[in-house]
Design a protein around this ligand. Structure first.
Ligand code: RIB
Ligand code: CA
Length: 303
């Protein structure tokens, strides 16, 4: 499967990119970056650093710095750290960005690989909405769009109503989720059933010294957040779960429903199942242990 990941790395993003690189089922063509866990320039720097660590010579196209309707953005550094990689803050600049902006790169690649390209969006949906605005045929050119986002049948994480990726650009999310296309929504409804604990990172680092060791290092900050704030003994494999949904949909129980996004007010970013509108496949349940084992098995095979 040809895949482009739209990402805001971000600790769980780094895990998802490492998984995609390791998976024999995925031909990772490139990354597009967006603001979210950190500022977009840091997202691109982190993406290029990670690809270099993985030995993957792939393009990184930089995208949106701001959500629709805002002229400022401040990341929640308490979740992924000041530079997006937890306590690892002196991330060097390696390589350079693809000459095209993210949305143009996505539109172009969807045309070139018409019907064969999957896109997995694991950050705010601004680049995806930009691509749809740029080319109304973008989604129909894709094999599928798989989104890590939303909390349709469960509480949110950034507020009680909303999941972070949707919340950070609710307008873009509303435009994407009301567009015709082959779309899967992988939300907190299932990603909180794939907790990855300190002992799992330790086992991974033993098996994969360079990659697993790096993911263990940057995850310490993330695990502290989950333990101290969320009261969880482990972090959600949010983004890896979305990438795995691209190739292993049989590990998920999905329901078809239209999804309404609240774009203002106290419930900003809420994602509600409604009767009318474009149908999206929403993940309602998951074989969480199978997803965790699949992630570990593939990433443990890396150097
Ligand atoms: O709510 C979880 C999502 O927000 C993940 O994609 C995480 O990386 C953050 O972007
Ligand atoms: Ca992310």
């Amino acid at each position: 499967m040809k895949l482009i990941i739209d990402t805001d790395p971000g600790i769980d993003d780094a895990m998802a990119i490492a998984y995609a690189h390791a998976s024999p089922d995925i031909d990772l063509l490139g990354l597009t970056t967006v603001f979210g866990n950190t500022h977009v320039a840091q997202s691109s720097r982190n993406a290029r650093y990670l690809l270099d660590l993985l030995g993957a010579d792939l393009p990184v196209a930089t995208g949106a710095a701001l959500p629709y309707g805002s002229d400022t953005y401040q990341p929640s550094a308490y979740v992924h750290g000041d530079e997006g990689f937890g306590h690892f803050t002196d991330v060097p600049q390696i390589g350079s960005d693809h000459p095209l902006p993210a949305a143009e790169y996505l539109v172009e690649m969807a045309r070139v690989h018409r019907g064969e390209l999957s896109v997995c969006a694991i950050g705010p949906l601004t680049n995806i909405a930009d691509a749809i605005r740029m080319d109304p045929g973008f989604l129909s050119n894709l094999a599928q769009l798989v989104i890590m986002g939303g909390a349709v049948f469960c509480p949110g994480n950034i507020t009680k109503h909303a999941e972070a990726n949707i919340y950070h650009d609710a307008q873009a999310a509303a435009e994407v989720l009301s567009s015709e296309g082959n779309m899967v929504l992988v939300g907190l409804d299932v990603t909180l059933q794939t907790l990855y604990r300190a002992c799992d990172f330790e086992d991974l680092a033993q098996a994969s010294k360079a990659t697993g060791g790096f993911l263990q290092d940057i995850s310490r900050f993330y695990l502290e957040f989950y333990q101290n704030v969320a009261g969880e003994d482990g972090c959600g494999l949010h983004d890896s779960t979305a990438v795995i949904a691209c190739t292993h949909p049989h590990l998920f129980q999905m329901v078809e429903t239209a999804v309404k996004v609240d774009v203002a007010g106290e419930a900003l970013g809420a994602t509600r199942a409604v009767d009318t509108g474009v149908k999206v496949r929403v993940c309602r349940d998951i074989d969480g242990q199978a997803v965790v084992d699949l992630f570990t098995g593939q990433v443990a095979s890396l150097p």
